[in-house]
Structure formats: C-alpha cells, structure tokens
Ligand binder design. Structure first.
Ligand code: NAD
Length: 491
C-alpha cells in the first residue's frame, strides 16, 4: 500500500473524510399544505374527508398532507377514467404521441424540482434522483411516445386495441420512475389510468398531476388517488377496470391475483427479488467491486433487482472481500439533498425495522457482519452499509428480500455450482455475471432463471429493454416492445 493510499484508508477507517457540504437548494420545490385527489383533470377533495401526513424520512418533518382515498373516491376516479377512455381511445395515435412527448419534455424542464421532491419525500440521494430517476422517467415517455402511432408495425397483422381503464399501483422505492413505467405505455396504447402511489412517497405523483395539466392531457386520461394499502385494495376491487398493473411485494401481489381470480381483468405483477451477483476469478476485480457496490448500495438497497447475494468464486473470496470493505468505508451516508451523499435515508420506520430484524437474524444464524465506521444522523431513519460473510444458503439473509443496504456473501467453485446456487431462490428477477469471457456470460445467461442478466455491469436500465420476473418475482414485462403488449388486446 502506497503512502497516499495508506493515509486515505486510515481516514476512511476513522470515518474522517471531510467534504464541504454541498446541499441542493430545496427552494425550487414548494408543496401545498394539503393535497386532494386528481380526478377528471381536477384536484378534488376526498369524499372520505381523511388526510394523512407524508414525512421526510431524513428529518421526520411533515412535508404535506395527502388524501386517503376511500371506496367512493376510487369509484369516482374509475368513472372518470372510463369517460376519458371513450375520447382518448378515439384520438388519432399521432395526437396521443404529441401529448406523451409534451409530458417527456416537461419532465426534463422540471427535472430539478421533481428530483428535489423525490429526495425529500423518499430519502434517496439527490445525485440518484437527479441522474437516474428523472432522466429515465423522461426517457420512458419519449420512448413510448415514439410507439404510439406505430402499434400496427410493432404487432404486424394482429390489430392491436387498447384494453380500457388500467388500475396501476406502485411502490415507494422509485416513485416517479415506476409511475412513468406504468403510465407511458398505457397511454401510448390508448388506455386511461387510475394510479395509486405508495403512501410514504405520494408527492411526485401529485406534482405529476400538475405536469399533466401543463401538457394538456385530456380530463380523465390520468387520475391519481393517494392512500395506503386499503386504497390499493379498493382499486383492485373496483367495477369498471380492465387491467391491473402492480409493482410491490410478492405477498400483496399474490393477494391481488387471488382477488382477480374469475374476473376478466388483465394482470401484470412486478414483485420482489433476491438477485445473485456472480463474480468469477478471471474478472476485472476493481470494476466488479464497483458493480457490487452499485448493485446493493444504490438507493439504500431499496431496489427489487438489487444484487443482494454476492456469489464469489472461492479462490478470490478473501481478496475481493478486502477490496469491498475498503470501498465501503468511503461511502457517505447522510443528508439526501447533499450532492456528495451515496446512501440516503431508509424510506420509513417500518422498513428500517424490517432491515434491522433480518440483520439480527443474520448475526444469530452465525454469519459474520461488517459495517464500516460511519456517523449516522440522529434524526430520521438510517442504516449503515452492511456486508455479511460466511453466509449459508439456509440463512434468512440469503433467502429473504431485505430491501436495504445489506449484502450477503456466498462462495462457489465451478460455473455449475454458481448456476445452482443463483437459481436456488423463490425469486427470479435479475442477476449479474462478472468474467472476462463473453462466452461464459452467454453460457450463464442461458441457465440463470432471471428476467434480466447483466454482464460486467449491474442495475442498468433502458426504456427499450424489457424488465420483469420469473417465479415469485411476477409475470409480464415492462419496457421495450414487450411493455406495450401488457396494455393491448388483439382483435
Ligand atoms: P407493498 O406491496 O407493501 O406496496 C406496494 C404498493 O401496493 C403500495 O402502493 C401499497 O400501498 C399498495 N398495497 C399494499 N397493500 C395492498 C393491497 N392489499 N391491495 C392493493 N394494493 C396494496 O410493497 P412496498 O413495500 O411498497 O415495496 C417494496 C416491494 O416492491 C419489494 O418487495 C420490491 O421488490 C418490490 N418492487 C418490485 C419491482 C419490480 O419491478 N419487480 C420494482 C420496485 C419494487
């Protein structure tokens, strides 16, 4: 170790990296004190007469009050969407495309405001909401705007028709991006939507309502109902919907599937994951370390496709773990609005409790825990980046989705064993393979039961690329031409 590197690692080990604060200004966004629901192109007061606060997970300060939509509110929203559908589905597809292009451009214009709102309400680092969530959300609308008048070419000879009213329910980890994944293809295909954001992160969806007004989206085409799981359940049960698109936990996904059994309603489910990030001994090790860090610590590990199980070839295990720990010590945990922050706040107290419980189980079951020294803020909900070594397949931390910044390291000797271990999970959303041999990446990709397999990279997204799961990670694809199919019927 050279003198400079030694000094750096000592600094890192004591948590004494000093950066000048670089906070993004929050003045760019202003929230209303209280929000209603967005129904039929207007903000309406909830019939339920109930509101609840949405709070910043980094400071626990209330940001605004949002409506808790009840069954009557949901029914109104579905009626508005049905009415909107009559007109919207008859629009010339090229005119629908213009609306989507307008939304995309407005998202770009208001990107800074929306990124700050996302980081305030959800706790994710501003550099991620600014550089990932917002650009990808806009890209999704651009991409599907392009398809709106080309559906006949996407599915030649199959006469694609919209389904009708889509009920869409999204989680809190990528609030605006998941909204874009849902709304853009639905609208491009001529459907109308009722979208329910997660209860801990409703604000960017409510700001999106304003984007819709600005983009002159016709009334009833996009409706937004806020509320908790009970609002989601009312939406799934509502009369007059033709499709349910759900992203969230496997448990709720299964409940929705049971609820819809016997009804003529199309369904797509994007559920949980427990991805294997597989590192072979011939890989570029430093590059792999970056990929591992990005795979599990991006967005505090609140990522369905996070590389939460690291499978390392036994011969490089010690060297890799040493490098990984050194890199972890440089991660900065803290204020989501600071541009230097790598790991922001945990989204909610409930999620922090779940992470803590599983980490305790990991220690009790005999795995070895490492957390770099780092100072966590006193207010808010935080969890230090964590790695477990000596993990066995049977441990809960190797089987259950933690949805936090916690990595479990397992080893393998041969490619066959890597495949066997990677597939030994109830999930099948994503995987990563690190090796210098392209042929080995292809060999592995053929055998891995995962919807996405990344080669020498991780957590890369593109609107043109389909995303979705096998097994208990759900079914149906979002993104790409495949993503259109989920919102069409074929005459
Ligand atoms: P969750 O299932 O608790 O909630 C997701 C959404 O469903 C929220 O809007 C919630 O209010 C609503 N909901 C809750 N109960 C409901 C019910 N009975 N009926 C209808 N709606 C209901 O999940 P979460 O904790 O918010 O999100 C984390 C989960 O989402 C993780 O398991 C993660 O893997 C998964 N996820 C998957 C993808 C993917 O693309 N596969 C993407 C992001 C997140």
């Amino acid at each position: 170790m050279g003198a400079v590197e030694k000094k750096r690692s000592t600094l890192a080990a004591t948590g004494a990296w000093e950066y000048a604060p670089a906070p993004e200004s929050r003045d760019i966004v202003s929230f209303e004190e209280r929000y209603g629901l967005f129904i039929g192109g207007e903000e309406v007061s909830p019939r339920s007469r109930t509101w609840f606060p949405t709070i910043s997970p980094a400071t626990e300060e209330p940001l605004a009050e949002v409506a808790q939509a009840g069954p009557k509110d949901v029914a109104l929203a579905v009626d508005a969407a049905r009415e909107g559908f009559e007109a919207w589905s008859a629009w010339k597809p090229s005119e629908r495309a213009k609306v989507l292009f307008r939304i995309a451009r407005i998202l770009q214009e208001r990107a800074r405001e929306l990124a700050v709102a996302e980081s305030l309400d959800g706790g994710k680092p501003i550099k991620e909401s600014r550089d990932v969530d917002l650009p990808l959300a806009a890209a999704h609308f651009f991409y599907y705007a392009g398809w709106a008048d080309k559906l006949e070419y996407a599915f030649p000879g199959r006469r694609p028709r919209p389904l009708g009213v889509a009920a869409q329910i999204v989680p809190w980890n990528f609030p605006l991006l998941m909204l874009a994944w849902k709304i853009a293809p639905a609208l491009a295909c001529g459907n109308t939507v009722v979208l329910k954001p997660a209860e801990t992160t409703p604000l960017t969806a409510l700001l999106f309502a304003d984007v819709c007004r600005q983009a002159q989206v016709p009334p009833g085409v996009v409706n937004i109902v806020t509320g908790d799981g009970s609002t989601g359940a009312h939406l799934v049960r509502a009369e007059g919907i033709d499709k349910v698109a759900f992203t969230g936990s496997t448990e709720v996904g299964k409940a929705i599937q049971r609820e819809l059994a016997g009804r003529d309603i199309a369904l797509t489910l994007e559920l949980g994951g427990k991805a294997a990030n597989i590192v072979f001994d011939d890989c570029a090790l430093d590059q792999a370390v970056e990929g591992i860090v990005n795979g599990i610590y991006f967005n505090q590990g609140h990522v369905c496709c996070a590389g939460s199980r690291l499978l390392v070839q036994e011969s490089i295990h010690d060297q890799l773990v040493r490098k990984l720990k050194r890199r972890m010590a440089t991660l900065r945990v803290g204020d989501p609005l600071d541009k230097n922050t790598d790991i922001g706040a945990i989204n909610s107290k409930a999620q922090l409790d779940r992470i803590t419980e599983l980490v305790e189980a990991g220690t009790e079951e005999g795995a070895e825990i490492y957390q770099p020294p780092c100072r966590l803020p006193e207010k808010g909900w935080w969890f230090a980046p964590t790695v477990f070594t000596g993990v066995a397949q049977s441990h809960r931390i190797a089987r259950e989705e933690i949805f936090g910044p916690v990595l479990s390291v397992l080893t393998f000797r041969t490619p066959d064993e890597a495949v066997e271990k990677a597939n030994n999970t109830m999930y099948g959303l994503s995987a990563g393979v690190w090796t210098e041999k392209g042929s080995r990446i292809l060999w592995m990709a053929d055998r891995l039961r995962a919807g996405v397999v990344w080669g020498n990279t991780f957590n890369r997204f593109d609107p043109a690329s389909p995303f979705g799961g096998y097994k208990e990670s759900g079914f149906g694809r979002e993104g790409g031409r495949h993503g259109l199919e989920a919102y069409l019927r074929f005459a």
